[in-house]
Design a protein around this ligand. Structure first.
Ligand code: ZN
Length: 471
């Protein structure tokens, strides 16, 4: 099997990937807190790790991919109260929106998508184990994790206990023994959802759900834990502390964190008015364009999202589709294209790029090479081979999944401008033009062509038929 390297956030180094069990990979990705619609940052992580999964499967691994829903926490409770609905209703609504957004973006559903509220027995059992082991204590109906009981605390985030103390000087909670300690269980407050526990009625803290659910579905030790870099501290640091102290063995072998998205060079936030909900973006941009844009950067890099960047991405994606579309239209003979062994080489290059810390920009560069080869392919056999390979490799990235002709007939970016004539109106004008040409009424044929061009529609007469695209 191909040698794979990932940058492990724990060692801060690129490491050779070796799964615990040969041929199998177990992945846990922290999902969203379902109190609101998903935004572009959620899309990025989901797309990056969807490609991770597709790649591992494409090179022959059997993958188990788990991504959870956080359906109980402070934000859930506050938003449900604001909207005068129950936390369960809020969760149901936003889980449906999340699933729809992810499907639009071509993200394969995880093998397992557990919800925190459906895992209370596992969560409570894990907290009990931590209390028994001296790593946690109950205080006034809450239960806290004793951070100083875990010597390796801070290893992932690179924060020392001293750094953390200076940041916490004033934050001593009423019941906490130490300001560094964090909640595993929170006592019920009036009006909040609650569950029975050995410490009274209450609800789980955020961090413990991921430790409990990953253990249930992937075991005490597993291969890859993924998530956004904003989760490294405290969430992932706390997951490590909980899981290692409960099981007394290594938790995760490789930590993969995706970079953040900025919008017009600013952090995405609702208060700045640049919160990009996936639902809103999909009204303007073709889903595959968003995917292509995200994959144009390596997953660890930060990305600056802007209209200009999306327009630039469209030029690239259109170039790939143009090659497919022209090949489909059976272009006339041109100089020779790459020989089959060159194609094998291209395939190797593509997988080598992904095996090098999921370098999607380098993988895309191989697709552009193939598109160039397709454009100059001289015989149908060669063109057919390149065409097939281009689609096969693009599928690993979840790209080029649309019909190439239809791709160009849709407006791929719809930025408030009027959207131009409908496909039916265009087809009807093209029929009128064909009729005019049959009657040798060249002036009328030209008038229709110019009319379409003025509305951003370009037509080409090829091999007895007329094809069209939106500019
Ligand atoms: Zn998590």
């Amino acid at each position: 099997m191909i040698e794979i390297y990932f940058t492990n956030s724990l060692s801060k180094k690129k490491e050779r990937f070796v799964p615990l069990e040969p041929g199998r990979v177990k992945i846990y990705n922290c999902g969203v807190t379902v109190y609101d619609r998903c935004h572009l940052g959620h899309a990025r992580g989901a797309i990056n790790f969807d490609v991770l999964r597709r790649f591992l499967e494409a090179v022959g691994y059997q993958v188990t991919y788990v991504k959870n829903y956080t359906d109980i926490d402070d934000k859930m409770i506050a938003r449900a109260a604001e909207r005068k609905i129950t936390v369960a209703e809020l969760a149901k609504e936003n889980i449906a929106l999340h699933d729809r957004d992810m499907a639009s973006l071509g993200i394969q559903p995880p093998h397992i998508a557990p919800k925190a509220t459906e895992h209370l027995p596992e969560i409570i059992q894990m907290i009990e184990r931590l209390v028994q082991g001296g790593h946690a204590y109950a205080a006034g109906g809450d239960v806290y994790f004793k951070v100083r009981s875990f010597a390796a605390y801070g290893e992932l985030s690179g924060k020392s206990i001293e750094d953390l103390i200076s940041g916490h000087r004033v934050a001593l909670g009423t019941e906490k023994q130490d300001p560094l300690d964090f909640a595993l269980w929170k006592a019920k407050k009036p009006g909040e959802p609650f569950w029975q526990s050995p410490w009274g009625e209450g609800r789980p803290g955020w961090h413990i759900e991921c430790s409990a659910m990953s253990e249930k579905y992937l075991g005490e030790s597993f291969d890859i834990h993924a998530g956004g870099s904003d989760l490294i501290f405290p969430h992932h640091e706390n997951e490590i502390a909980q899981s290692v102290c409960a099981h007394h063995q290594p938790f995760v072998r490789y930590w993969l964190h995706n970079g953040m998205i900025q919008i017009q060079s600013q952090k995405m936030s609702k208060s700045l008015g640049n919160f990009a909900a996936i639902e809103d973006l999909l009204l303007v941009y073709e889903p595959e364009l968003i995917r292509f844009f995200i994959l144009s950067s390596q997953y660890r890099a930060s990305i600056d999202f802007s209209k200009e960047a999306l327009h630039k991405a469209l030029e690239g994606l259109d170039r790939l589709y143009t090659a497919l579309r022209s090949a489909q239209e059976n272009r006339p003979q041109l100089p020779p294209g790459p020989a089959p062994n060159e194609l094998k080489q291209k395939k190797k290059q593509f997988f080598a790029a992904l095996a090098d810390d999921l370098n999607t920009p380098a993988a895309l560069a191989v697709l552009f090479d193939l598109a160039r080869g397709l454009n100059i392919a001289s015989d149908p056999a060669t063109a057919g081979r390149i065409f097939g390979l281009l689609q096969e490799l693009a599928q690993v990235l979840g790209l080029l999944e649309q019909d190439p002709s239809l791709w160009f007939q849709r407006p791929r970016i719809r930025e408030g401008k009027e959207q131009g004539p409908s496909a039916a109106e265009i087809e009807s004008l093209i029929q009128q033009r064909i009729q005019a040409r049959a009657e040798k009424n060249w002036a009328e044929a030209d008038r229709i062509r110019d009319l379409l061009r003025a509305q951003g529609i370009v037509i080409e007469d090829q091999a007895g038929k007329t094809i069209w695209k939106r500019k």
